[in-house]
Design a protein around this ligand. Structure first.
Ligand code: HEC
Ligand code: HEC
Length: 346
């Protein structure tokens, strides 16, 4: 009996202690895994126009993952969808992981080294990781090139996805529930505070600010601060092949070791064993000699030509190779690739 009384009093004392603990501050508590958009909205930034639309039935992030990674999924009504594209899946050209160590700069060399570290490819398209954190798409020269096609996508992620499904993937338009599924999947890839890589001091200051802040009230300075850690849109500048293809980009000395990274992490991603292209590339002398021979020529087999202009798409009919913008391959990296190919061709 005494034991029971003792146990009961311990429980009561415990409950009392818990209720006497100072209450949590009213504001939001953030950690490294808190989504960036949650913090922005807490500081009064309006929700982006690409938040999922709950009214669309049959959509799910799982189906979106299928569509992005495999190009096919189960219909809400049962059975399988047709393939979104006969040639590509989204990950032929886009990563789904973080691909820049510092999200403030689109530095192609930092991106290449990071790709090697992370074991991910180095591609013409920007990663879909953090796509929902951007508010403008197909920026700069893409607008010049595609004009009217790009205008509706400029500030609309849904339209950007559709444009890529049709023009980049050379496939069909996504149905409403498919598009919504892809979007929901992209929301699972949104940036968290960790991706911003703030210094511990800056992060702890922000944590205090967030906790003390009344949810939803506008604090533009804090919004601007958070946004200064990543790019709201990816810069995209087209580059021409060198004036004289024999000479190459002037004043640039190629480094074959770096060129090997470009070849392995980029070209082979699509061309090895004809993965996404009929044109096969491997590490044989024949292949390197072939590429070397055409490098400086004015043909569709010139690496300068295909990398800087891409190959031309034939609506839905065949795969094409997207060009590399300056941000996705520098002139230096192009000469590095050439130096590697020439070294291996010897
Ligand atoms: C053949 C290559 C290719 C395929 C396949 C492809 N894309 Fe793209 N995509 C690109 C390129 C190149 C761009 C140009 C802009 C960029 O990503 O920097 C782009 C742009 C985008 C953008 C806008 C990015 C931005 O920030 O400007 C989105 C979103 C996108 N693609 C989604 C998709 C989805 C979803 C799929 C699959 C249905 C897909 N893409 C398939 C090559 C491709
Ligand atoms: C996103 C996938 C992808 C990447 C990355 C890629 N290519 Fe391509 N490439 C293609 C496709 C698709 C074609 C079009 C030919 C076809 O229909 O198979 C092509 C065409 C070519 C051609 C012309 C062949 C022809 O038949 O016209 C060459 C040469 C070439 N690529 C070299 C390269 C080199 C070198 C790299 C690396 C810098 C590279 N490619 C990166 C997809 C890619």
């Amino acid at each position: 009996m005494k034991k029971i009384v003792l146990i009961c009093s311990i429980i009561v004392a415990g409950l009392l202690l818990v209720s006497l603990r100072p209450s949590e501050p009213a504001g939001l508590q953030i950690a490294q895994d808190t989504p960036v958009w949650d913090v922005l909205q807490h500081f009064g930034e309006p929700a982006p126009n690409h938040r999922p639309d709950e009214a669309i039935a049959g959509a799910s992030a799982e189906k979106g993952a299928d569509l992005v990674l495999k190009g096919i999924t189960k219909k809400p009504s049962g059975g399988k969808t047709s393939k979104q594209s006969a040639h590509f899946v989204c990950t032929s050209c886009h990563n789904i992981k973080k691909e820049l160590p510092d999200l403030r700069q689109s530095d192609p060399q930092a991106r290449l080294e990071y790709a090697q570290q992370q074991g991910i490819p180095f591609l013409q398209g920007t990663t879909l990781h953090g796509a929902v954190n951007r508010i403008s798409f197909y920026n700069d020269d893409y607008e010049k090139k595609y004009g009217d096609l790009v205008a509706p996508t400029r500030n609309n992620l849904r339209e950007a996805i559709q444009l890529c499904a049709i023009e980049c993937s050379q496939g069909r338009r996504l149905k409403d529930w498919e598009l919504e599924s892809v979007l929901r999947y992209l929301w699972t890839l949104e940036l968290t505070m960790e991706d911003l890589d703030m210094s511990p001091e800056a992060f702890s200051q922000l944590q205090q600010k967030v906790a003390a802040h009344q949810n939803g009230q506008k604090d533009q300075a804090s919004i601007d601060l958070i946004k200064s850690y990543y790019q709201p849109g990816v810069p995209a500048h087209f580059v021409k092949p060198p004036e004289d293809r024999k000479v190459g980009y002037t004043g640039v000395e190629g480094n074959p070791e770096n060129g090997k990274l470009v070849y392995d992490l980029s070209c082979k991603h699509c061309h090895e064993n004809k993965r996404y292209s009929f044109f096969h590339l491997d590490d044989s002398k024949n292949t390197f000699r072939y590429l070397k021979k055409h490098f400086a020529r004015y043909t569709r087999y010139s690496v300068y030509q295909v990398s800087r202009y891409g190959t031309s798409p034939m609506a839905g009919k065949r795969a094409y190779m997207p060009q590399y913008t300056e941000e996705k391959m520098s002139n230096q990296q192009m000469e590095d690739l050439r130096a590697y190919i020439e070294q291996e061709a010897r």
